[in-house]
Design a protein around this ligand. Structure first.
Ligand SMILES: Cc1ncc(COP(=O)(O)O)c(C=O)c1O
Length: 367
């Protein structure tokens, strides 16, 4: 084979998803393991979404509604925003890719916080553009340093709020001061994959900036708080002129029919959303208390994951926890060599995590 791949494609680090439970059990010959690694919903999918999707099965021989009419209308009502400003995606991942393809040419620059969600870097590099990294400052997005990195070549700034993997937020006040300094030809993307979990009243809400006045796009997903990660559905809220461009370049049926059906039902299932958010908050408190009991430090979060300082090589802790049937995430590849990231699960899963964690760390079990 003598295919010539561009250097910028060869430079892409592959995305490494959280280890699936089945893979762990196959590799280690164990059973009954738990996964607290990918910020998924411990309650499963919204029951209303399951019912709606089951009822839709016999229509799967038809192509999806390429406009996503029902879901777009519902989102339009929820956010009080024109349907023309909404773009659906095969997960919000796909919208990240559409935005980069729409705006970037070889050599353009995109500012990313470091660490941040790896898909931004992958999509930027696959357009031949250049990621410019701005390190988080004490785990928070450093908006002043981002402004300082803007050049004539900057086309996009990716922010996530709350930040993955630290769980910190950007305040509305901080963002207002920031946005004033961003040139009008630079798109600011606010990725709100975890916004439903944020409690801080000062937290920036991207929807407040969704108008033709601001070059701002907001990304949201059904993968986390709505429990629909497996069917892949997310959306972007953005100026209509930008949405029109994304509609030109997207696949005609990018949001599949089952996903649209599930998402429509999930959006109406407020009971499930509230239950999920309450559970995550209660279980975070439970885990915080357990970690304190073990005499270790953690970083409080506004999302459905949090960081724990294990004061040693986090990859080794990750490996040891795997052997005990508990999947968490090591933050070594994110540049935090002594941190792990944990997503709260159900109470029994969290108890199991604490038990395995105490053992791994050589501490007495949390009673
Ligand atoms: C910050 C952030 N944005 C986007 C995504 C992707 O979400 P989706 O499942 O909608 O593609 C994730 C998933 O982990 C994420 O952490």
């Amino acid at each position: 084979m003598n295919l010539k791949f561009p250097d910028y494609i060869k430079s892409i680090r592959p995305y490494k998803p959280g280890k699936p439970i089945e893979e762990l059990e196959r590799e280690y010959g164990i059973s009954d393991s738990i996964k607290l690694a990918s910020n998924e919903n411990p309650l499963g999918p919204s029951p209303a979404a399951i019912t709606a999707m089951m009822g839709f099965m016999e229509k799967l021989h038809r192509y999806p509604d390429g406009q996503g009419h029902c879901l777009v209308e519902k989102l339009s009502g929820k956010f009080n925003i024109s349907p023309e400003c909404i773009v659906l995606g095969n997960g919000s991942d796909e919208i990240i890719g559409m935005l980069t393809r729409a705006l970037l040419q070889t050599g353009d620059e995109v500012i990313l916080t470091e660490p941040s969600f790896l898909m931004y870097e992958i999509m930027v590099l696959s357009c031949g553009a250049v990621p410019v990294f701005v390190p988080l400052k004490s785990f928070f997005a450093d908006l002043d340093s981002i402004i300082a990195q803007i050049t004539d070549k900057t086309r996009i700034i990716f922010l996530n709020n709350p930040v993955n993997p630290t769980g910190t937020i950007i305040t509305k006040k901080g963002f207002d001061a920031f946005l004033e300094k961003v040139p009008e030809d630079v798109l600011v993307v606010i990725d709100e994959a975890y916004i439903e979990f944020a409690k801080d009243p000062d937290c920036l809400q991207g929807i407040d900036y969704c108008s033709d006045k601001h070059p701002v796009a907001v990304l949201r997903t059904f993968s986390k708080a709505y429990g629909l990660a497996g069917i892949r559905i997310g959306y972007g809220l953005m100026p209509a002129a930008l949405a029109r461009i994304l509609h030109r370049i997207r696949q005609p049926f990018n949001a599949n029919a089952l996903a649209q059906t599930g998402a429509c039902a999930a959006l109406d299932d407020n009971g499930f959303l509230n239950k999920t958010v309450s559970l995550v908050h209660e279980e975070l408190d439970f885990l915080y208390a357990g970690i304190e009991h073990l005499g270790l430090n953690y970083f409080p979060t506004e999302a459905n994951f949090f960081l724990i300082d294990v004061e040693r090589d986090a990859d080794a802790v990750f490996e040891e926890m795997l052997r005990l049937g508990v999947i968490i995430r090591s933050m070594v590849s994110y540049g935090y060599p002594t941190y792990i990231r944990v997503t709260p699960g159900l109470r029994r899963e969290n108890e199991r995590f604490l038990e395995a964690f105490a053992k791994t760390m050589g501490k007495a079990p949390v009673s």
